[in-house]
Design a protein around this ligand. Structure first.
Ligand code: MUC
Ligand code: MG
Length: 367
């Protein structure tokens, strides 16, 4: 159970269709595959998605912090010493997705060592989640057509619509078109990625007041402190904090300060160990939780699914588990399959997924 090596391998897989949103856009999944090796010959895996526009990390930076700081700190620890690993990695500030991927690869290795699924180690509440699909910026017709395809092909009936453009009507027209096309057959919520001001957000929410939204997420920046509190106090749906709450301390600050009434948990930024900390805090505070998407590939999605399925609060709402569908390929031997609007945890030990060595050879960018 002793860690002998931690590897950070860069890879690049193009998107068939780029995802665009208020804070950035993604054309290629330039992620980092993290592998934790043990002295029993077990290898745990996870992926780190660099999101410079959200956390300031880059692919090169993630590899550097793992190779230079985390790998030497963790060598010799056992897979059970996850709290020690967390404390050691926390000596370095920032770098959330690098830390999270190392943590999740340790859990995967632990599951493989004990022949248990990560979902069972974490809580085993259920083994599946309803899927919510994130619709990136486009015109109303194209976004409705994408939702139709997701419904027909995968049975998905919950959609998160990216908003935050100016004028606000570019976005409110899309949400209206989706509601008009599908009526009560779908659940809808919006995510602004901080694109609007507080006043624009309030006006947009008024324009959409009859569209039965589930949630509003990060419509304006949390750093506009008073504007954000003013906005949240007048919105009559839960207001999700996402990129403004990458840590449990951030959740406490934002929620107690009146700047959020719900949170997104992303395993890509808090791993499994940190996500449990955030989840328990949210449960204690009585907050709604959505399992969010960091524009993950299939490996990252398997991590979100394992954590989301393991707990009651995280499996209650549809989780954002489908944007890997827009990637031209992936690294797994057996692709994840969304059926009837759900994604089920695989039966195998750990995360239940395997990296295909030929695909890794094809897409890694360090050889
Ligand atoms: C989301 O929920 O915001 C886009 C930017 C980011 O940090 O995550 C994605 C999805
Ligand atoms: Mg978001």
């Amino acid at each position: 159970m002793k860690i002998t090596k931690v590897e950070a391998i860069p890879f690049a897989i193009p998107y068939r269709k780029p995802l665009r949103f208020a804070s950035g856009e993604v054309h290629t999944a330039q992620h980092v595959l993290v592998r934790v090796h043990t002295d029993d010959g077990v290898v745990g895996v996870a992926e780190a998605p660099p999101r410079p526009f959200t956390y300031g990390e880059t692919q090169t930076g993630i590899i550097a912090v793992i190779d230079q700081l985390f790998a030497p700190q963790l060598a010799g620890l056992t897979l059970l010493e996850r709290e020690t690993a967390r404390v050691l990695m926390e000596r370095t500030v920032g770098n959330p997705t690098a830390k999270a991927a190392v943590d999740m690869a340790m859990w995967d290795a632990l599951g493989k060592t004990l022949d248990l699924r990560v979902v069972d180690l974490l809580g085993a509440f259920t083994d599946r989640m309803r899927v919510s699909h994130m619709l990136g910026f486009d015109g109303p017709e194209a976004m409705v057509a994408e939702a139709e395809r997701m419904r027909e092909t995968y049975g998905i009936s919950t959609f998160k619509v990216k908003v935050g453009r100016s004028p606000i009507e570019l976005d409110t027209a899309v949400v209206r078109a989706l509601r008009e096309r599908f009526g009560t057959e779908i659940e809808l919520y919006v995510d602004g990625n901080r694109g609007w001001t507080a006043a624009e957000s309030a006006r947009a929410m008024k324009q959409m007041a009859d569209l039965d939204l589930l949630f509003a997420e990060e419509l304006n920046p949390a750093d506009d402190v008073l504007g954000r509190r003013w906005l949240v106090s007048q919105i009559d749906v839960p207001f999700i904090a996402d990129e403004s709450v990458p840590t449990a301390a951030d959740v406490t600050r934002e929620v107690l300060g009146g700047s959020a009434t719900a949170i997104s948990i992303k395993t890509a930024r808090t791993g499994f160990t940190g996500s449990q900390q955030v989840l328990h805090l949210a449960e204690g505070l009585g907050l709604e939780v959505v399992m969010g998407n960091q524009i993950d590939g299939q490996l990252g999605t398997a991590c979100t699914l394992a954590f989301g399925s393991a707990h009651r609060l995280t499996s209650r709402r549809a989780g954002e588990l489908s944007n890997f569908l827009d990637m031209a390929d992936d690294l797994l031997t057996e692709p994840l399959e969304i059926r009837d609007g759900e994604l089920a945890v695989r039966p195998g030990a750990g995360l239940g997924v395997e990296i295909d060595p030929e695909k890794l050879d094809r897409y890694r960018t360090d050889n």
